[in-house]
Write a protein that binds this ligand. Sequence first.
Ligand SMILES: C[S@@+](CC[C@H](N)C(=O)[O-])C[C@H]1O[C@@H](n2cnc3c(N)ncnc32)[C@H](O)[C@@H]1O
Length: 272
Amino acid sequence: MLNIGACKRPDRRAMDRPEANNGISRLKRWPIYRMARFLYRFSTDAEYRSVALIRFEKPPGLFQPFIDTLPDRYPFLFAFAREKLGADPEARVLSFGCSTGEEVFALRRYLPMATIKGIDINRRNIAICNARCRSSPDPAIVFEVGGSTRTEEIGSYDAIFCLAVLRHGDLSAFGGDRCDHIIRFADFERVVGDFSRCLRPGGLLFIAHSNFRFSDTAAASGFEVALRVPAPEPDPRTPIFDRNNRLMHGAAYGEMVFRKLPHYAQQAAHDA
Ligand SMILES: C[S@@+](CC[C@H](N)C(=O)[O-])C[C@H]1O[C@@H](n2cnc3c(N)ncnc32)[C@H](O)[C@@H]1O
């Protein structure tokens, strides 16, 4: 199982425990207890503080505020990238929403010749990435604070990874039939539309653990599916919402890698 986000779910098992209704659990519901707990965690836990601050700042374009990541978190996706791009000494790769850099350093092991850029909207994450780079320098890795790909050049990437970013942990933790009070399909569509602009014809787009389906976007008509999970099952941690931000009950989505069609790039250039 992948760990896709620090979704703080209500602990339903607590309902069955005898102490759930005793004095301690009542105390835990007091605002003063909660405030003390928040202050304690804020001052002692750097990851908790980072997430709390980005949620407070709410920078434009923010999707998943939680920064959970793991080294080599998506081996089958990274192996697929190696198969397609490993022989290219000039491959350019973007990790969008790279968190504290694990994804970028994993990609380096799969694609030793590639130039890799990591972008994250949370500047505290990028400070950690840069500190890691200083302690083990790699001239073909660069990190940047950013909430979109707007400043990236047209057709400049061979692959873009956007994994566990275009989602929000609160949507699985607290349920609900709509998502637009938290994240919106229109923003998703804009983000992936710009990924399409940044990819070269034939370039690969990796999207996983998103609350929306790439196939619902206008950009999808310029891509073919390059990798899908056979028989995907609904994942309660990643409910799927439609173009109108409505929950698609029981939906599962297994398409994960998309190849940009060459004729799409020509058509877009022609239309421009
Ligand atoms: C759960 S982490 C995923 C990290 C990594 N991609 C992985 O799968 O292990 C989500 C990351 O997306 C970043 N993020 C959310 N919205 C973003 C945006 N609009 N632009 C760039 N990064 C964003 C967050 O700061 C966070 O570090």
